[in-house]
Design a protein around this ligand. Structure first.
Ligand code: FES
Length: 106
C-alpha cells in the first residue's frame, strides 16, 4: 500500500526556492517551479551537499558545491560533474498541502 506523508502547505514552498525537510528520517528537498511540485532526495550523488541549498533554474536544481545539475522531474543528471541520478519521490497536492511518498520502484 502506498503511504503518503503530509509534509508542508503549498504556501510554505516558494517558487524556485527549495525547502529541506526530514521525513521519516529521510532527507527530502521540495521544489515548486512553473506551478508543479517536485521532491528529490536531499543529497547530491556527487558529494556531501544538500540540494535544498541549491539553485533552481530551467527545471533543474544546481548543486551548491560543484554546480552539477539535476532534472527536477526525473532526477537525471544534466551537467557535470554529476553522472548519477538522484532519487525522486512522488508528490501530490491534497487540500492545499503537499504530500509525498517515500516508496520508490527500486
Ligand atoms: S557535491 Fe554536488 S556536484 Fe559535487
Amino acid at each position: 500500500m502506498t503511504e503518503w506523508h503530509r509534509v508542508a502547505g503549498c504556501i510554505d514552498v516558494a517558487e524556485d526556492t527549495p525547502l529541506g525537510l526530514t521525513v521519516e528520517g529521510v532527507p527530502v528537498a521540495l521544489f515548486t517551479t512553473n506551478g508543479k511540485y517536485f521532491a528529490l532526495h536531499d543529497l547530491c550523488t556527487h558529494g556531501a551537499a544538500r540540494l535544498s541549498e541549491g539553485f533552481v533554474e530551467g527545471g533543474c536544481v544546481e548543486c551548491p558545491l560543484h554546480q552539477g545539475l539535476f532534472d527536477l522531474e526525473t532526477g537525471a543528471p544534466r551537467a557535470a560533474p554529476v553522472v548519477e541520478a538522484v532519487k525522486t519521490y512522488q508528490v501530490r497536492i491534497v487540500d492545499g498541502h503537499i504530500e509525498i511518498c517515500l516508496q520508490t520502484d527500486e
